[in-house]
Structures are given as C-alpha cells and as structure tokens.
Design a protein around this ligand. Structure first.
Ligand code: GTP
Ligand code: MG
Length: 382
C-alpha cells in the first residue's frame, strides 16, 4: 500500500496545494493540513473525481522510503578499497566457532590488549602476513541476515565454507552451497580438523572432499576452477595464515570499494542491538559508506542516535569507524532493530523531524489497514 501527504500529492499532481485542499474538503475530508496523510484508496478516489493524473517521475512517499532522500549518490571518484566482509558457514560441529575463536584470539594477541573480548557479533582482524584487514561476522543465521536478504541486500562478500576432513560434505554443507549460489557470494573452502587425521591418510581425506565438491559442481582450483580449497586446523593453527591470505587475494580480485570520506553522508546497518544494564541502548553498526564518528547523528527505523561513543569488539574506544569496520555504538534514543539501515542526518532536529514523519506514515498505514479490515468485515456480514 502507498501513502502520501497532501503536500507531496500536490507535487505529484502538479496542482497548487490550496486547490487540492479545497477539492479534498469538497470530498468530505475535514481539517486537511499539508501534512495530512492520504492512503492509496483515497488517492485513487481523488484521481477519479477530478481526472488528475499522477506524474510517474515522482515516487510516492511510504514509510519504507521516507529516509531515502537523505542519502547521497556514490561518487565513483572517491571510492577507496575496503576490507572484505566474511561469513563462515558449514555443517554442525565442523568447526565454525573454533575458527572464529582462533582468529579472535590471535587478533587480540596481535594488538597486545588485555581487553576482554565482548562478542559483538562481528570483528575485524589484521592478517599477520600481509597486514590487511578482514571483517568476520559471527552468526549467519541471525535475523539481520534474514531481514537484509528479504530486501535483496547481502552483507557478506565472501563465504568460507568449512568441511571437516573426517566427514566431508554433510546436509548443512549442501544447504550452505545452495545459499552461496543464491546470494552470489564468493566462496572459499576450508577443510578443517586435518590435525585429527594421520599424515599418511591426509591426502586421501583431502582428495575425498575435493571429489565430493566436484560432484556438487564446485569448480575448485585443482581442476582449473576459481574456488580455493585450504586444508586447515583451527586447533593447531596450521594453514590459518594461508586461509587469511586466500581471503585477501580473493577480495583484491573482487575489487571491493566504498566511499569513506568524513563529509560523505554515512550509511550502514544494525547487526545487533541490546539494552545493557550499565550503559543503556547499544547497537553494533556496520558502516557501508562514509565514516561513523562521535557526535554524528543517524536515523534508524523509529529512532535516532547522536553518537556518544563507539568501541571495537575488544572494548577499545574509537574515534571513528570506516566502511566494513564493525563497532558498538552508544547514544540511541530507543533500541534500534537488527537489520535496519542507519543513515546520517545533519542535525538532531532533522533526525526528530524524519523519525516523526516515518511514524506518522506507519500510523496511517495501520489506520488504513484497520479501516480495510472493518470494511471487509461489513461486506462479509452483509
Ligand atoms: P555448531 O556451532 O554447533 O554448528 O558447531 P561449529 O561448526 O561451530 O563447531 P565447533 O567449532 O564448535 O567445533 C566442534 C568440535 O570440533 C569442538 O569440540 C572443537 O574443539 C572441534 N574442532 C573444531 N575444529 C577443530 C580442528 O581443527 N581440530 C580439532 N582437533 N578439533 C576441532
Ligand atoms: Mg558454533
């Protein structure tokens, strides 16, 4: 369903707002203000009564696109390389969490911090060999992903699919392969738990996984394809550096870029949100464009945030976050929702205005829904 304000409709119809208000009053609307929200049914009624025609070039305002005009177009000249965003998938018990724990641990050690790792659902490492950054997301099943997928957006650039050398492909491995195909993500295979297999048996186990992958049409490097297969152990750390460098190499091929200038309108989305007893509303934000900084204001769903502070997964305070750098952000009026977009606005006053506008549209949609339900009920009773 579409909704629009009277002032927006006057733009759409290209008629003076005073005339439109007069017409509406004649149709029986009372107290019509410029912000009065009209539902699709009423818009159609008005079009019929007065033979107005909608100018298709101007889109109708809905609560879903109320923030769209805040965004700015991407300037290709300002694109800079950004770190890849990686998700680990695989069958149950094949070692996803162990890999993430290994990466986390070495990342914390590398930064020489005694900070307690707080699991904020996403973290960034610097690879020990090339010193490049990689962002890992924790939980591919969680609702941010589902919500984003419904909108046709993907968070992830690369999926690392773990396959245990002991078991080879299992049902959830096949599910993950399906997901990768549908989402268009790039794929790297990590054959895990190789430390559990004797040196003599290793090649055989790896061959088995390779053959199983081939039989599921994964074009692995061994046969001239482009999917890298890395045998690793997250227990001993064997080849973990190789896995990290494979991700770096692939991300270079993908040529991942984003604008990160501080004066660009920053955009991103919520990975997770939580009310914490000590500090109140917190959210993990992943910026996709621009820079997140202390003091900047963001709208998000029915709330907004004047950034009070930000920190990384190790609890270290940060001054700013660049694209693909997940941070925990404080300063939310209300708790934002997982998967919702965050968009920078110029001021707190503007944020309030936009949030109110969105809420009014949500309300009018609810109202229109109720009216429709009542009408349907009446019809079925009649
Ligand atoms: P779910 O979250 O339940 O789907 O499992 P997961 O994929 O996260 O597996 P997890 O990392 O919990 O590993 C399962 C078991 O395998 C644990 O007991 C790990 O210690 C063990 N494990 C994982 N990776 C390795 C490895 O490389 N070598 C060895 N020896 N054990 C491993
Ligand atoms: Mg796990």
């Amino acid at each position: 369903p579409n909704y629009t304000s009277v002032s927006n409709l006057s733009n759409l119809l290209n008629v003076r707002i005073e005339k439109l208000v007069r017409d509406l009053t004649r149709l029986g609307f009372s107290d019509v203000s410029h912000n009065y929200i009209l539902s699709r049914e009423y818009i159609e009624l008005i079009l019929q009564e007065y033979n107005y025609e909608i100018d298709d070039r101007v889109s109708t305002l809905t609560w879903e696109n109320v923030y769209a005009e805040l965004k700015s177009a991407v300037n290709p000249k300002n694109l800079e390389r950004r770190p890849p965003i990686v998700t680990i998938m695989g069958h149950v018990d094949h070692g996803k969490t162990t890999i993430l724990d290994y990466l986390r641990k070495t990342a914390v050690v590398a930064q020489e911090s005694g900070g307690i790792t707080q699991h904020i659902g996403a973290f960034q490492i610097e690879t020990p060999v090339s010193g490049r950054k990689i962002t890992f997301l924790d939980t591919p099943g969680h609702s941010a992903f589902l919500k984003m997928r419904q909108r046709g957006a993907t968070i992830t650039d690369i999926v690392v699919l773990v396959v245990s050398a002991e078991d080879s492909l299992m049902p959830q491995t096949l599910e993950a392969i399906k997901h990768v195909r549908a989402s268009g993500n790039e794929l790297i295979i990590a054959i895990t738990k190789i430390d559990k297999i004797s040196k003599r048996e290793r090649d055989k186990a790896i061959d088995r996984v390779n053959n199983d992958l081939l039989s599921h049409d994964i074009s692995i490097e061994k046969v001239g394809g482009d999917v890298q297969v890395i045998p690793i152990s997250a227990r001993t750390g064997e080849n973990m550096d190789l896995l990290e460098e494979s991700i770096v190499v692939l991300s270079d091929l993908m040529d991942l870029k984003a604008e990160n200038a501080t004066n660009t309108v920053a955009e991103g989305f919520i990975l997770e949100s939580e009310v914490k007893k000590t500090v109140g509303n917190t959210a993990t934000v992943l910026i996709t464009k621009g820079t997140l900084q202390k003091g900047k204001v963001f709208v998000c769903g029915n709330t907004y945030c004047k950034v009070r502070s930000l920190c990384d997964e190790g609890g270290r305070a940060k001054l700013k976050a660049l694209p693909a750098e997940p941070v925990e952000v404080l300063g939310w009026k209300e708790l934002p929702q997982t998967g919702d977009e965050v968009i920078q606005v110029k001021s707190e006053a503007l944020a309030k205005k936009y949030v109110a506008k969105r809420q009014a549209l949500v309300q009018s949609e609810k109202h229109a829904g109720d009216v429709k339900k009542i009408n349907e009920q009446r019809c079925s009773e009649a």
